[in-house]
Design a protein around this ligand. Sequence first.
Ligand code: UD1
Ligand code: CA
Length: 470
Amino acid sequence: MEYRAKQSVNRDMVAVAILAAGKGSRMKSNLPKVLHPLGGKTLVERILDGASVLEPTRRIVIVGYESDRVKQALANYTHPIEFVAQTEQLGTGHAVQQLLPALQDFDGDVLILNGDVPLLRDSTLTELLETHRQQQNAATILTAQFPEPKGYGRVFCDNDNIVTQIVEDRDCSAAQKQNCRINAGIYCFSWSALAEVLPKLSNDNDQQEYYLTDVMAMLSPVMAVDVSDRQEILGINNRQQLATAYDILQSRIKEKWMMAGVTIWQPDSVTIDDTVVLEADVVIEPQTHLRGNTHVGAGACIGPGSLIENSEIGENVKLRYSVVSDSVVKANTQVGPYAHLRGQAEIGENCRIGNFVEVKKSTVGDRTNAAHLSYLGDATLGEKVNIGAGTITANYDGVNKHPTVLGDRTKTGANSTLVAPLTLGPDVTIAAGSTVTDDVDGDALVIGRSRQVVKPGWRLKTSTETVGNQ
Ligand code: UD1
Ligand code: CA
């Protein structure tokens, strides 16, 4: 008995359901498969983000294996998510059966997405839904012609792309295995039609699982839509496919930025998360990695050999061989080689943060330089400050961290130690080698070191050598 799609369903409503209950045993991991990261997002987040183009009214994630971990990972997702439990993983059809109570009163289309197919383009999902609605299908499924279809379900169509059945690879006869049209695991269903046939699934197959794909033979019409770029429907079952997906994603991201006016030298040695935003005329040098919520302003040159995470880099910044995390670098500043900025460091405009300098949770005013071998932690520096080579803020007493404040135009001599908490006003000059422990209002020279002592003719008592021998 076939069930025909009702014409009266509310075709404006879309619910998205993601199959994410499986363990993903082929990943050989403690982490549930859908929580594996891919370019700055977990697989499940990536799929949820991709589905947003359809403006779904409901987002449902079907969870099972380590469900608490999956729920926790999505706790702060940008849209509300409903979780539906599949306590035993008895197959993709069984997973979708768990939607029945949650969608009891739902009267629209449901997009069902495998939790391990993360590279779908917006345009593919939009076309799938549009075709589904225009043709008034009971189900519309995404398919592709794969030269090596092993492992995928094979889709059999009669004419006009109308699907007759889907047979899993392991259930295929030798003749059926010759069919190269594969099921991508991405489906659009008219929910009322699907809900009617879901209870009729059986597990009479090689894996004794309830296959979602078996509903196709019970629905009409079911239409297959071939995806034009088959890389989009790569399913992640093992780490090798995860790495392949990463490479595909990287090529897409770098191509997009190069077309938008960013120069990338040796793109194969560069990685950029798709959460990163670059302005025109940014130059990315080889061996550079840009991650997370990072923005780079126009004309900035990043690299070679740099890592930037969750940071804001201003216009025309030059940054070489350096690591920047959770920090801000303002326009025209030079960073590196070998600088490490972290923990909400904020560097002003036209600064130099140089060779082997670490800055943690500190604010540095405009035109201030710390060019060599320094550590600045929990510090606030005014404008035009000069940090002498080897200056260190001693910010940690073993229990607590303490602040250091340096006024405008203050200069620390080479090898100064600033023992926090410490406040020095503007125009203070610190003599080289000083250990500074007390606050200074400003406009002063501070010398905090013992005087040099010279003892002419002094020798070690045990020495037998004489001046004449040297
Ligand atoms: C599935 C399809 C196959 C298709 C392929 C595309 C079925 C029966 N087969 O096979 O036709 O070519 O995807 O990638 O649907 N899951 C659950 N609960 C379960 C079982 C699975 O939530 O009980 C989830 C998994 O976490 C995963 C997704 O469903 O995200 C697909 O499961 P998987 O076992 O990878 O299916 P395939 O064998 O790849
Ligand atoms: Ca799969």
